[in-house]
Ligand binder design. Structure first.
Ligand SMILES: Cc1ncc(COP(=O)(O)O)c(C=O)c1O
Length: 446
């Protein structure tokens, strides 16, 4: 593959953009390819190279790069009518109604402009509503580029994970390992009266993919209820992706008090939302006292794109299609791993998939292993080895993934997330042939 144009664009970018990119995860080594345009389930770069795309904008593109006519028509109409007003529009009510109708925990919501903004506001709302200051997050969990959740450490010994964040932020953030029931009980025994909320993804999607062990989400629900704390599900990735229109909370049958959404609900445009029980969400200004505001929030072009995308997904077999392709990919990868790298773990559910370069596993696959992505089944012969939480994931062979595997896939025309930990996504435009081509590429690269 020729990458001359990308190389020269990156050279220019390094002079004017910090690190040459606008989001750190895009800075692949030695330089990223610059995208010229999308085409269904593919992207084409500035040098004309074509890649099967499983990054899908890091999750938002449920339908792929060619939006259905009803989505493009709605976007074009909104843009041509004047892009935004600073006054309410009907379309934001319609999108809110759609989300409230389908997501079990959401009776009312507030739109914002990114997943980060959603989690910032959800944390403030939880603190304002409960009158408590501490929040609990999962070790290695990611909830956007915000002060309260960029922490490292264990339990109540936490520190900011980035320069620029005062230590005092981390004092109010406690961490536990995902899937560890004892740890959450212990933390609540010590700090139960001070905890405003537990904030977690229902499946660790940003740092994983890690499936919850049976009963873990239920335990979080019980322990928060018992101590008067809120349970917040960060469904920025899983929202309208896992569990279809009911999101991951519907799939797992555990209803949080608050839910943060973003990515898919904007149909490819910037969005975020904080939803939940009306009595809590109404604490936001102007109905309540917890300050929340935003110039671009409820942007009509985004609202139209999100609404028509979700309507399209509801009226067509989008979730059946992408979940089946996801299953085929995970199951094909499971066979490849058994053959070529039995220590690696295939993870994911619905239309999310990943292979984690775990360092240990049974030397030969037994009869009873999870077939299409780790489900944390104690009966599975990989159970002891598959990552249970963020720290386990971090111990995987990141260097091999980044420096050898990712470029080898790219050179075969398959665009995966460049860091070992982020999920990859199937979109509606992908086909069975794409899956076969992808599996062949994995075989060759491994
Ligand atoms: C689980 C989760 N929460 C929050 C965010 C932040 O969203 P955004 O990048 O839109 O600010 C992300 C981003 O990928 C995420 O994966």
């Amino acid at each position: 593959m020729n990458h001359e144009q990308s190389q020269s664009l990156y050279d220019r970018a390094l002079s004017v953009l910090a690190g040459g990119v606008n989001s750190s995860v895009r800075a692949t080594r030695p330089y990223p390819f610059f995208v010229e345009r999308g085409d269904g389930g593919h992207v084409i770069d500035a040098d004309g190279n074509r890649y099967l795309d499983y990054v899908m904008g890091y999750g938002p593109l449920l339908l792929g790069h060619d939006l259905p006519q009803q989505v493009t028509a709605a976007v074009q109409q909104r843009a041509s009518e004047g892009p935004m007003y600073g006054a309410p529009t009907e379309v934001e009510v319609e999108l809110a109604e759609f989300v409230c109708r389908h997501v079990p925990s959401v009776e009312m919501l507030r739109f914002v402009n990114s997943g980060t903004e959603a989690t910032v506001s959800a944390v403030r709302l939880a603190r304002g509503y409960t009158g408590r200051e501490k929040i609990v997050v999962m070790q290695g969990g990611y909830h956007g580029a915000q002060e309260s959740t960029l922490v490292e450490g264990e339990g109540d010994h936490t520190h900011p994970s980035s320069p620029g964040i005062p230590e005092s932020f981390a004092e109010h953030t406690l961490t536990v390992p995902f899937n560890d029931e004892d740890a959450i009980h212990e933390l609540f025994e010590t700090h139960g009266e001070e905890i405003a909320a537990v904030l977690t993804e229902p499946i660790l999607g940003n740092y994983g993919i890690v499936h919850p062990v049976d009963g873990y989400l239920e335990t979080l629900r019980e322990v928060t209820d018992e101590h008067g704390a809120l349970l917040i599900f960060d469904e920025v990735i899983t929202g309208f992706r896992v569990g279809g229109l009911q999101c991951a909370q519907g799939k797992f049958g555990v209803t949080p008090d608050l839910t943060t959404l973003a990515k898919v609900i904007g149909g490819g445009f910037p969005i975020g939302a904080i939803g939940g029980r009306a009595e809590i969400v109404e604490e936001f200004t102007p109905a309540g006292d917890v300050f929340q505001s935003g110039t671009f929030s409820g942007h009509p072009v985004t609202m139209a794109a999100g609404l028509e995308t979700l309507r399209y997904a509801a009226a067509n077999d989008v979730y059946d299609h992408i979940n089946e392709l996801g299953r085929q990919l995970r199951s094909g990868l499971t066979d490849i791993v058994a053959d070529q790298a039995p220590e690696y773990t295939v993870v994911g559910t619905d239309s999310m998939f990943k292979m984690i370069f775990t360092r240990e596993g049974p030397s030969s696959p037994g009869a009873d292993h999870c077939e299409a992505g780790c489900r944390q089944r104690p009966a599975c012969d990989r159970y002891e080895h598959c990552p249970k939480h963020g720290t386990d994931v971090r111990q995987a062979d990141t260097e091999r993934w980044e420096r050898l595997f990712w470029p080898a896939m790219k050179e075969q025309g398959v665009f995966l997330t460049a860091n070992q930990f982020e999920s990859q996504f199937v979109c509606d435009a992908h086909t069975r042939e794409d899956v076969e081509e992808t599996l062949e590429a994995y075989k060759a690269a491994l």
